[in-house]
Design a protein around this ligand. Structure first.
Ligand code: PSU
Ligand code: MN
Length: 306
């Protein structure tokens, strides 16, 4: 599907038309997920990783009110430099950016919306949003989960950060019919660590097996996407204690400062990054690159089935 609001970069368009694999990438991870300048460097490295794996990257954002699938390096630099000043755009925000001609960084949810419009089926990121700890009171459930329930895009991630309640996140996804696949693991990865206390729904060991399941799901017109949880490579995984302490501290500060709504996740991401220092940032960068590689392989295998 194309819309009059969507600009697909020529390279991405050519790849889609000639049956080359394309991988969508989000932009909130650039603006709100990491500090400048590492965010820009990472975004470019991730694009390079996709290319090295024989696929075409399509970083997604909203610029000047246009939905963009495929950004220039200058556009990525602008998003990264503006950082948390850029509007964080989820599904609900898209029409405001378009009608008002504004710039927005897309979350997992809105990246899925735009990838779907462009006909891109596989998307790589770091971590997805989920059910927040204390959601029984706050009702804070990321719109990413509802998007996974309705939009046919596979999201390759390293699980979810332990700022979230991973058990409730899995329950929510189950209720909404979203499968969670572990790549070469039966445990849900927790972003900085390879395992959590929770099992995934299905373990699959090759990109081809993942592609076959996606193909079957969409061939039957079953609504929605899939979570492909890819553990951080062993050599970059972090000790759980260090992460847990930083997460507890960040959550406490968020509560004290009454941070809520869309500010919650960016606040927690930034505080965990500050409190754990360079180590967690290095791990974060490596896991996104790792996800870009797997997503590229899945995109390639999916095309082979069409
Ligand atoms: N988790 C991370 N890094 C991120 C995000 C989440 O470890 O960058 C970003 C993604 O863009 C995700 C968004 O879609 O935060 C979720 O925000 P919220 O919880 O407000 O839905
Ligand atoms: Mn939220």
């Amino acid at each position: 599907m194309t819309t009059p609001y969507l600009d697909i970069a020529p390279e991405v368009q050519a790849a889609l038309q000639s049956g080359q694999p394309v991988v969508a990438l989000e932009s909130t991870i650039i603006s709100h997920g990491m500090p400048y300048p590492q965010n820009v460097a990472t975004a470019l490295q991730v694009e390079a990783e996709v290319r090295a794996a024989g696929a075409v990257p399509a970083t997604i954002a909203i610029l000047g009110g246009r939905l963009k699938a495929g950004l220039s390096h200058a556009e990525i630099e602008a998003l990264g430099k503006a950082g948390r000043e850029v509007v964080k755009v989820s599904r609900r925000d898209i029409p405001f950016m378009v009608a008002q001609g504004r710039m927005g960084a897309t979350t997992v949810a809105s990246t899925m919306v735009i990838a779907d419009m462009a006909g891109i089926r596989v998307f790589a990121t770091g971590g997805i949003g989920g059910v927040h700890r204390g959601a029984q009171q706050s009702f804070d459930v990321s719109a990413d989960l509802q998007e996974l329930a309705q939009t046919p895009v596979a999201v390759v991630c390293a699980g979810a950060k332990s700022i979230l309640d991973l058990g409730l996140t899995l329950e929510y996804l189950e209720t909404h019919g979203v499968p969670v696949v572990g790549y070469q693991t039966e445990w849900l990865p927790a972003f900085f660590t390879r395992e959590s206390a929770f099992k995934v729904d299905y373990r699959l060991d090759t990109p081809a097996e993942i592609a076959r399941v996606l193909h079957a799901k969409w061939a039957m017109a079953l609504r929605g996407g899939m979570v492909i949880a890819n553990p951080i490579p062993h050599e970059y995984a972090m000790p759980r204690d260090a992460i847990d302490a930083a997460v507890e501290q960040a959550l406490l500060e968020a509560q004290q400062q009454r941070i809520g709504g869309k500010e919650s996740t960016p606040f927690l991401l930034a505080r965990v990054c500050e409190l754990t220092g360079g180590d967690s940032l290095a791990a974060n960068i490596q896991l996104v690159r790792n996800n870009a590689r797997l997503a590229s392989a899945v995109a390639r295998e999916l095309l082979a089935l069409k």
